[in-house]
Design a binder for this molecule. Structure first.
Ligand code: AMP
Ligand code: MG
Length: 402
């Protein structure tokens, strides 16, 4: 385990033992947002269910559109008409089924009505303004695949084929704990004694995990003491699918997380070739996955997004959801080539000639406000420098938070 592991290798290593949870449950659609489908969903009915009108207008035989036609019926949405006989037309409204005999709908704006006599002001083509049965979804087709994390629009799609409940995987349970004698919970003290800091990682992690739809069990503050660390790690592992700790995973004598994970289970990975985020550990305690994230808050965000998130999604049974890298023009210089893959907190903005990206002034891994400020991370591979105007790769934070 000597040396720093490149991100790609680390991902391959951790993902190879990420096993999807097996249990599933049936949920009503209203409760299924963010949950992962346990099976493919097929369309029980075609959408739409019949050929229907895309307009308010008149249904007729297109070949007769040069003649005066007699309007003999009225078909509002929700009712079915009767056959349109030669020489006739049907008043029809958006969404109403196109009656037999008719093969086009003319917009009401394109005709004039004199009593019940309809005259078209322009010709109409066969099929015009008709939404075909099954044009959205064909009956029996797979609408959404197993592994899909349900988005708001997916719930609508499921409803459109009449699905009232869906089978989803049970939610992954993730335990979090915050190590460090210096930590104080917000609310526990109105001011800080020398050396103390408020615990921010807990809230960042809680938010990231909740936004991704996982169930969070919070094991609170863990002092820098080996026995307590071990006891809490053990309890957290017994209660969850994955334990995530922050801090205490570096090389100081006050860092006890690694040794205590090794006492309870084993470590498979330590130290990433990533900046920020070098001191990251991955291992297992029994059947439970373990991630020891760095203490520094900006490093927590980056390592969670790049390493923990893909592992959790895989365990949740969710299809791969890698963030799309976006090319943008650098409004900054990055003169010193690093030995690690770097993620720089940045703001991406669009202007006249495309996407531009600028960096936060302080890229220290301790500066959490830089993450709030940022809407993106610039990815700089090891060994590379960036000159102003270069094209760089950017990942949107929005894509990492969902
Ligand atoms: P460590 O890896 O434990 O040495 O922590 C590295 C840095 O991160 C130190 O400056 C810690 O005070 C800070 N840190 C650790 N845990 C937290 C936390 N939960 N919230 C905010 N900062 C933290
Ligand atoms: Mg510490």
């Amino acid at each position: 385990m000597a040396g720093l592991t490149p991100l790609e290798d680390a991902l391959a290593l951790i993902l190879e033992d990420a096993r999807p949870v097996e249990d599933s449950e049936n949920l009503p659609l209203v409760d299924a947002l963010g949950r992962t489908l346990a099976e493919d969903i097929s369309a029980a009915v075609p959408v739409p269910n019949d050929d229907n009108s895309a307009m308010d207008g008149y249904a007729l035989r297109a070949a007769e559109s040069g003649h005066d036609l007699k309007v003999t019926q009225r078909i509002p949405a929700g009712s079915a008409g009767s056959e349109v006989l030669p020489g006739t037309a049907a008043r029809i409204f958006t969404g109403a089924p196109v009656p037999p005999g008719a093969n086009a709908v003319v917009m009401q704006e394109n005709c004039s009505l004199d009593g019940d006599t309809l005259r078209l002001t322009q010709a109409v083509r066969p099929g015009e303004n008709i939404r075909r049965r099954g044009q959205d979804l064909e009956q029996g087709s797979v609408v959404l695949q197993a592994g899909r994390r349900l988005q708001p629009e997916d719930l609508g799609v499921l409803a459109s084929v009449g699905a009232a409940t869906v089978a989803v995987r049970r939610r992954l349970v993730v335990a979090i704990l915050s190590t460090g004698d210096e930590l104080v919970e917000p609310g526990a003290a109105s001011s800080l004694a020398p050396g103390q800091i408020f615990n921010s990682n807990r809230y960042t992690l809680q938010g990231l995990l909740s936004a991704l739809g996982f169930e969070v069990r919070d094991f609170g503050l863990v002092p820098d003491d080996p026995d307590t660390t071990r006891e809490i790690l053990q309890a957290a592992a017994a209660a969850s699918d994955c334990v995530i700790s922050t801090g205490g995973v570096s090389v100081g004598e006050e860092d006890h997380v690694k040794s205590q994970v090794e006492a309870l289970g084993h470590l498979k990975l330590w130290k990433l070739k990533v900046k920020p985020g070098k001191p990251l550990a991955y291992g297992r305690i029994g059947d439970t996955g373990f991630f020891g994230l760095p203490g520094n808050p900006a490093a927590v965000y980056v390592t969670f997004s790049m390493i923990v998130r893909p592992w959790l999604l895989r365990c949740q049974g969710a299809a791969a959801a890698a963030a799309l890298p976006i090319p943008a023009q650098a409004e900054f210089e990055h003169r010193r080539a690093g030995s690690r893959l770097e993620f720089l907190r940045a703001q991406l903005r669009a202007d006249g000639d495309g996407l531009h990206v600028r960096l936060h002034d302080n890229q220290s891994s301790g500066v959490l406000s830089s993450v709030s400020w940022a809407n993106a991370l610039v990815v700089v591979p090891p060994g590379l420098t960036v000159a102003r105007g270069d094209t760089v790769e950017v990942i949107l934070l929005d894509q990492l938070n969902r």
